[in-house]
Design a protein around this ligand. Structure first.
Ligand SMILES: Cc1ncc(COP(=O)(O)O)c(C=O)c1O
Length: 386
């Protein structure tokens, strides 16, 4: 039976009443944000030297349980910084998923490394630990110096970079076990996953580094912003140093001990982030309630919606529903877009994109679960209602 479109559109309008255009995910600001920004302007400390950046890092550390955090200008920069600080560069291979926003792959490319796309799994719709294990067993080998390399290309297998897709918690524990068994670092792209926990552990806190984004469409925003979480103190110090042009501390001299980046989050963005963090629980509660309404509705309609995996707390960043096939998906996108609803398919998988997939396409295996999600899933308006 075809999925009926009009009841879905009506239902979304019931969740978000009295609006012509309903965005996919919009930020919410109140009096606290206005006060925080005004105070920051009046202090004149709008750039990276003010106190708010460290306070924001501490607040996110407390919330996520991460011992260290380094705030950056955006999540893409945070990913690049983490990979760079781990020594990933030309001649390296990074294992990641094709179902992700382009930033994941851009960050790999900035280092000169090459992405290899592994399939995702049903349920978490993120990197599959089973596929990773199989790939490492059959597609890699140790050379005479003990370096792990891909059999087909000879490239060094330098890191594993799974994504917590749509904020859903990837099976990071199992992925980490696999990475440890083969001695490769795990970096988590938790850009969409602030507020997501699996077995009490926040997304992005199991790997040697985990990255958050505070872009305008995320659960909280700093306008633009990102953060690297880590439990490694030495890595945190290196990240902070690299993010501030590798400048050595000195009262007047400008001495740089390497090529650094201008990636440190400005104070004005951190001030906004601090105010947003104060409303984190209210956002999570509201998004959970919206997610529950979608799930009940789609269950009654006989359609499959994104579900919270057992034993997890999903931040419900983006809700979603599966259509029967690509043509039904496209017909719904057409219908709902005309009705001014902020709906969209998942990102076009990276191995299909000319720039991101082309140079190494001969080594790329088929990704059936990735393609299934791409062809059938539609993300739905998911803003918190506050
Ligand atoms: C999965 C994923 N990775 C990385 C990023 C990059 O974050 P930013 O936009 O803050 O650079 C985003 C989102 O924007 C994302 O969704």
């Amino acid at each position: 039976m075809p999925t009926p479109f009009e009841p879905i559109v009506r239902f979304i309008r019931e969740i978000y009443p009295n609006r012509e255009l309903i965005p996919l995910h919009e930020p919410v600001f109140g009096h606290e944000e206005e006060e925080a920004l005004l105070a920051c302007l009046r202090s004149t400390h709008v750039a990276s030297t003010g106190l708010e950046v460290a306070a924001f890092e501490e607040t996110v550390c407390r919330y996520t349980g991460s011992p260290y955090a380094v705030a950056t200008v955006n999540g893409t920069a945070a990913l690049h910084l983490a990979l760079h600080a781990l020594g990933i560069g030309p001649g390296d291979l990074v294992l990641t998923q094709a179902l992700t926003f382009a930033a994941t792959v851009n960050a790999i490319r900035y280092t000169g490394a090459i992405p290899r796309y592994l399939d995702i799994e049903a349920g978490t719709w993120a990197f599959s630990p089973a596929h990773l294990d199989e790939w490492l067993r059959h597609r890699s080998f140790r050379d005479t110096e003990g370096t792990l390399r891909e059999k087909s290309s000879g490239l060094r297998v330098a890191a594993c970079l799974p994504v917590h897709t749509f904020g859903l918690p990837a099976q990071t524990g199992q992925i980490l076990d696999c990475c440890n068994a083969f001695g490769i670092p795990l970096v988590e792209d938790a850009a969409e996953a602030l507020g997501t926990f699996r077995e009490g552990k926040h997304a992005g806190t199991l790997g040697v580094a985990g990255v958050l984004s505070f872009n305008g469409n995320k659960i909280i925003t700093t306008g633009g912003g990102g953060m690297v979480l880590t439990h490694d103190e030495a890595l945190a110090l290196r990240l902070r140093h690299l993010s501030t042009q590798s400048k050595q501390p000195h009262r007047w001299e400008y001495i740089h001990d390497g090529t650094g980046f201008n990636y440190r989050m400005p104070n004005i963005n951190a001030a906004l982030g601090l105010a947003q963090m104060a409303g984190m629980q209210a956002r999570l509660d509201s998004k959970r309630a919206v997610g529950a309404r979608y799930r009940t509705f789609f269950r009654e309609l006989g359609a499959q919606a994104l579900e919270e995996p057992e034993g997890c707390q999903w931040n419900h960043w983006l809700n979603g529903v599966f259509f029967r096939d690509r043509s039904e998906r496209d017909a719904f996108l057409e219908y709902a877009t005309r009705a001014q609803l902020g709906v969209r398919p998942s990102w076009q998988p990276m191995h299909l994109q000319e720039h991101a997939g082309a140079p190494e396409r001969q080594y790329q295996e088929p990704l059936p679960v990735t393609m299934d999600v791409y062809e059938r899933l539609v993300n739905l308006p998911s803003s918190p209602i506050l």
